[in-house]
Structure formats: structure tokens, C-alpha cells
Design a protein around this ligand. Structure first.
Ligand code: PEP
Length: 256
């Protein structure tokens, strides 16, 4: 099997210690298919509790903990920021970088996002690099241009060979938290474009990069989405806050 599947939970600024307990208890009994990783990304104050609880409950080794953001700087006077070293010390393995909410609410640029991906890779963290177009960009047929412009600065900074350790989440902005999912055909076409774009730089790396779909994935639509040739799992927001629904989504993922 060439490519692993990943289902990542993005709790955003939601959840509490009770959810940490419920999620770990819920995931204890999960049966994952072959070559699947699950990543839980809580708000940073809960990272430590989640790591401790997952260890105490001996969660399946295929389940990891991720952060929702990381600083591009090593350390210093950056109030409110979290460094790669801090995440490493907590045994965090993944980090979401460039989520559309970070791009729009906090004005993170593709250049800054490239610096963050580089910092994560140097620290041995797996970046989940988020890219996606707005509704207006989709309507004016700019999707491919936008995605290329989001990917290229990262390729330029870290080099295409390093993408072997990168996960990409394609999240159309208009589908995030709206209940409007891209059709499986539209999602597949866009994932295929992303893989072909990477393949122009390095075909064998492109064939191995897990490409996740994100945007209103739920227990009812996950199977069809994950069955698409270039969709290797999902980045899940709202539905990842409900243990039972999240378990169904994780169980639908399969390595390709
Ligand atoms: C997300 O937060 O990345 C996301 C895809 O959210 P939702 O699943 O709620 O659309």
C-alpha cells in the first residue's frame, strides 16, 4: 500500500476536559482499517491532558495528538505563541498549519505559512498544510490558480522532497462549517489537480503525499468522499466534537 490515510480532528476553539475524556474513552474501542492514522488536534490548553490520557488508556498507536497552530519562530518575545520545541516536549506529532481561519482572521500569508511548515519539519513534526479557495474564487474559476499560489511558496521554501513528510488538507473555504460539502466528484477533481501540481515537481513524492478533504465531512458523506482515488482521509471540524460520529468517520478511512 503506497499511501496512508489520515483522519484529523480539528476541535478549533471548542471542547473541554470532559471532551478529552469522552474522546479518549470513545476511541479506545475503535477498529481502524489498514494504514490509517487518526490525529486529534484540541485547543492548546488541552494538549497536555490529551497526551496524558491517551497514554494512560493505552490508545491505539495509530492515534496521535496534533496542535492547531505553531510559531515560525524558535522562541522569544512572541506573546501568545507556541514553539515547535514546546510541542515536541509534549509528544505532539502533527500540527495544522495555514487553516483558512488563520489565513482570514489572523492574516497569515502563504510566505509565513511556508516558514511555519519549515519550522515544523525541522522539529520533526508533521505539518497538515491547509489550502483552499473561497466561494467567489470557485465561482470565477480561479480555484487552481489560488491553490497553486498557496502551495508554491511552501515548495520553494522547504523543497519538494520534504513533502514526503507533509500532509495536505484541501478545504474549500465555502464548505468549512457551513454544511455545504463539495460533491465527491468536485473534491476528487481538485485533489487530482493538487497531486498533478506536486507531480510536476516530483512525481514519486506526489504519489505518496496524503491529501485530505475538509469541509462539512460527517458520518453520512465520509464513505463516498474517502472512496475517491486521490482523497486519503479528512480534516474534520464540527463532526470531530462528537465521539460516536468521529469514530464512524475514522472507520471509513482506508490506505490506498
Ligand atoms: C475545519 O475546521 O477544518 C473543518 C473542515 O470544519 P467542518 O468539518 O466543521 O466544516
Amino acid at each position: 500500500m503506497a499511501r496512508r490515510a489520515i483522519v484529523a480532528a480539528n476541535w478549533k476553539m471548542n471542547g473541554d476536559l470532559a471532551l478529552v475524556d469522552t474522546m479518549v474513552s470513545g476511541l479506545k474501542s475503535i477498529k481502524l482499517q489498514e494504514n490509517v492514522n487518526v490525529v486529534i488536534c484540541p485547543s492548546s490548553p488541552y494538549l497536555s491532558a490529551l497526551v496524558v490520557k491517551a497514554k494512560a488508556e493505552k490508545l491505539n498507536a495509530a492515534i496521535s495528538i496534533g496542535a492547531q497552530n505553531v510559531s515560525e519562530h524558535k522562541n522569544g518575545a512572541f506573546t501568545g505563541e507556541i514553539s515547535t520545541q514546546m510541542l515536541q516536549e509534549l509528544s505532539v506529532k502533527f500540527v495544522i498549519i495555514g487553516h483558512s481561519e488563520r489565513r482570514s482572521c489572523y492574516k497569515e500569508t502563504s510566505t509565513q505559512i511556508a516558514h511555519k511548515v519549515n519550522a515544523a519539519l525541522i522539529a520533526g513534526l508533521t505539518p497538515i498544510l491547509c489550502i483552499g479557495e473561497s466561494e467567489a474564487e470557485r465561482a470565477t474559476e480561479q480555484t487552481e490558480t489560488v491553490l497553486a499560489a498557496q502551495l508554491q511558496p511552501v515548495i520553494d521554501e522547504v523543497g519538494i522532497e520534504k513533502f514526503i513528510d507533509v500532509v495536505i488538507a484541501y478545504e474549500p473555504v465555502w464548505a468549512i462549517g457551513t454544511g455545504k460539502t463539495a460533491s465527491s466528484e468536485m473534491a476528487q477533481d481538485t485533489h487530482q489537480f493538487i497531486r498533478q501540481f506536486l507531480a510536476q515537481a516530483n512525481e514519486s513524492v506526489a504519489a505518496k503525499v496524503p491529501l485530505l478533504y475538509g469541509g462539512s465531512v460527517n458520518a453520512s458523506n465520509c464513505e463516498e468522499l474517502f472512496a475517491q482515488a486521490d482523497i486519503d482521509g479528512g480534516l474534520i471540524g464540527g463532526a470531530s466534537l462528537q465521539a460516536e460520529q468521529f469514530k464512524i468517520i475514522c472507520s471509513a478511512a482506508k490506505g490506498k
